[in-house]
Ligand binder design. Sequence first.
Ligand code: AMP
Ligand code: GLY
Length: 430
Amino acid sequence: MTQASSRKVLVLGSGGREHALVNACLTSPLVDRVAAAPGNGGMEMVVDCFALDIENPQAVLELVQTEGFDWVIIGPEAPMTTGLADVLRDAGIAVYGPGKKGAELEASKAVCKQFLADYQIPTADYAHFQALEPALAYLKACKYPTVVKASGLAAGKGVIICEDAQQAEAAVRDMMEHGKFGESGNEIVIEEFLEGEELSLMVLISGDQFVCLPPSQDHKRIGEGDTGPNTGGMGAYAPLDLVDESLMQTIEETVIKPTIKGLAAESIDFRGTLFIGLMLTKEGPKVLEFNVRFGDPECQVLLPLCETDPVDLMLAVSEGRLKPETVRIRPGAAIIVVIAAQGYPGSYNKGENIGLPVSLPEGVHIVHAGTRRSPTGQLLSNGGRVLGVVAHGDNLRAAATKAYAVCNQIEWPGATFRRDIGWRQLAREG
Ligand code: AMP
Ligand code: GLY
């Protein structure tokens, strides 16, 4: 898609998603220098990593200018909410990721719900509150289960599904009275509970042009069979068989096109990934949430499915010259199994020794999410989600078999992972 000269790119973030983005940049002919900030133990092995407060736009700008980077890919949402992309773009740097106004679609569920309502995009019915008493009064007339959400960013933890009024009252009080999610809970959204299968759709948006990557499915619960507490995501796969061409067309017509129209109407110059969380309900697809970045771990399975160089795509998005008709997706399926520290998402140890297999089968690679190197170079655990084993195969079963063979070779007694990633689709495949 591009004939642009080689880029010097800085990838911001420290998770598995960012390691996958760094790897994609390293293999792209369009990039001649890749670095990360702050990075992790996996990225450190392959690129320069800068210790940096990525939520401080001036500090990022200074590093970018000193080191001569001309492109910045922003991985997580937090730096986007600071207006980092605006600051960099004003300084003439290409950026993958929306500015402050676009980031509000993720940073404020109240803003997101208003946007969905304004542009008639299907979503759960809702009400939003900035004071405790009206919220408590509203609960009396709710149908249950109902969903109580902190409006602000809460690292995926600010959503409580409440079976009855008592639980809902406790959730509302936790957020608005006891400050459980800090300022993020000063404003809340109470919404209708939606039933169905959930999917993640990453849409690369550049002004009025967009490309949908294959639909994927995350596994947010820690336990097999989707049980137990929520996590940052224990595994994912793509494409999702539930989405056929006709459903994809419905999603485009009812969700994506009105969104693109809304972005233009609100003067939001969106250049990056819009992650649309969707529930496939009996009445059709409904939006659960917007995120303004790639999903983690969805990103790790989508990059290997791009036949078109994903870095080329992201650069075209950043520069406002995306040509959707040129994008090609590879056949087959990709899966990621996340290897977490025992105890996650509760408390867990850090600093445990990890031994990785010396060689990997074709079509399998490992991304690092929460690792670091000891001064002697030993790989150590350094977070809750620690590694991800990514595999591509002719179908989901083949990909899963390859991934799990490698998971079983990782030498780390403290490791825990779900053995059923992809179970819904694998059951359908038979
Ligand atoms: P959110 O951060 O808004 O995506 O919510 C986190 C998770 O909570 C989603 O991925 C869903 O699994 C669940 N969830 C959120 N909203 C609803 C809803 N209205 N009905 C059912 N489940 C929901
Ligand atoms: N995988 C869900 C997320 O990135 O928010």
